[in-house]
Design a protein around this ligand. Structure first.
Ligand code: SF4
Length: 188
């Protein structure tokens, strides 16, 4: 729901959707038209179709493969309809506490500013590099990765924002290559 859509706009839809389809089984049992009806007004209907297809695959069509639940492995998650690298990392990390990286727009910006100011997150090659950096700095345990990923996302949303980098109140400013251009992480 949050793809290309702000949190404030999603909240009501999310509550209604979860009340109507509280789990994958309920979603898989519904007709596509019923799923789309709950999504009406939110736009980007491919998301709803993919979510419905995902539920059907996991709970019905390939229930024996998935044991009726989302897989925990990022590569297995990415094989499901509508699941990209970010979503796979987020589900693996936040739902299963796996040691998985995730890079959304906010995280890409934080990593770029902190480690490699010369990279451009909108350039595919540079985004790949940022994913490599994200994987290279993961803590050792899945539980610590959960906290680490949450912190990166929060830092990008609240402190190192797209509009302005609030370096004066940033908890990691001492090691940041943008705040201190002499800093060399060896990653530029
Ligand atoms: S010090 Fe500034 S540029 Fe660096 S991560 Fe913090 S807010 Fe972003």
């Amino acid at each position: 729901m949050l793809q290309q859509t702000q949190v404030s706009r999603v909240l009501d839809f999310y509550e209604r959707f979860i009340a109507r389809f509280p789990d994958l089984g309920a979603l898989a049992s519904a007709r596509e038209s019923q799923v789309l009806a709950q999504w009406r007004g939110l736009g980007y209907y491919a998301r709803a179709r993919n979510l419905h297809k995902l539920a059907r695959r996991v709970v019905r069509e390939e229930a024996a493969v998935y044991d009726g639940a989302l897989p925990a492995d990022p590569a297995a998650l990415r094989a499901l309809p509508g699941v990209g690298a970010y979503t796979a990392g987020a589900v693996a990390s936040f739902a299963y506490e796996r040691r998985a990286a995730l890079v959304d727009t906010n995280v890409a910006r934080v990593l770029q500013r902190y480690f490699a100011p010369r990279l451009h997150p909108k350039r595919a090659r540079d985004l790949t590099r940022l994913w490599e950096i994200a994987e290279g700095i993961l803590p050792r345990t899945g539980r610590a990765v959960w906290v680490h990923n949450q912190a990166l996302m929060e830092l990008g949303a609240l402190v190192c924002t797209a509009r302005v980098a609030h370096c004066e109140r940033c908890p990691v400013r001492r090691g940041c290559a943008s705040a201190h251009p002499d800093t060399d992480h060896g990653l530029r």
